[in-house]
Design a protein around this ligand. Structure first.
Ligand SMILES: CC(C)(COP(=O)(O)OP(=O)(O)OC[C@H]1O[C@@H](n2cnc3c(N)ncnc32)[C@H](O)[C@@H]1OP(=O)(O)O)[C@@H](O)C(=O)NCCC(=O)NCCS
Length: 127
């Protein structure tokens, strides 16, 4: 299993995203992780997903204002109604655009749901 070469999302970090130490607040990264994983679930054929679990979120290195942050995804497992996605986050440093650093990794589980928010089987892409 390999991460896609195309990032699910890419975001430039802004001053409004910082914590009291001046680096990027972890909660900001968490929200983008959630969004990137949901994009991966869409790419796998899910129409409407909700996140049910976030696991093994590791913040490996700090992220700074101006960094261009890319969220790469891979699908680990597709169950009946759930999909397990891994997200790897890389920062291209604002101060040195030649420097790319792995900053965060996470596993997220989504559930495909219907309009009433009840679990719905994930369509088989070969259907
Ligand atoms: C997602 C939700 C609809 C699942 O409801 P549920 O009653 O647990 O449904 P089920 O027991 O049928 O489980 C559905 C699938 O989720 C999986 N699942 C449920 N809880 C899980 C957990 N904690 N970790 C991993 N997978 C989980 C089940 O294994 C099942 O997968 P499968 O169909 O591929 O075998 C419900 O928990 C919910 O609405 N949660 C809130 C979601 C939300 O609002 N997220 C946004 C963040 S606030």
């Amino acid at each position: 299993m390999e991460y896609r070469s195309e990032a699910a999302i890419r975001v430039a970090m802004m001053p409004k995203d910082t914590n009291v130490h001046g680096t990027i607040f972890g909660g900001i990264i968490l929200s983008y992780l959630d969004l990137a994983g949901a994009v991966e679930a869409r790419w796998q054929g899910c129409e409407r997903v909700v996140s049910v679990a976030m696991c093994e979120v590791v913040f490996l290195k700090p992220v700074f204002v101006g960094d261009l942050v890319s969220f790469y995804t891979l699908t680990e497992k597709i169950g009946r109604t759930s999909i397990h996605v891994k997200v790897r986050v890389t920062a291209q440093r604002f101060e040195d655009p030649d420097e790319f650093v792995d900053v965060t990794e996470a596993g997220i589980v989504y559930v495909n749901v219907d309009q009433n928010r009840n679990p719905l089987p994930i369509p088989n892409r070969n259907d």
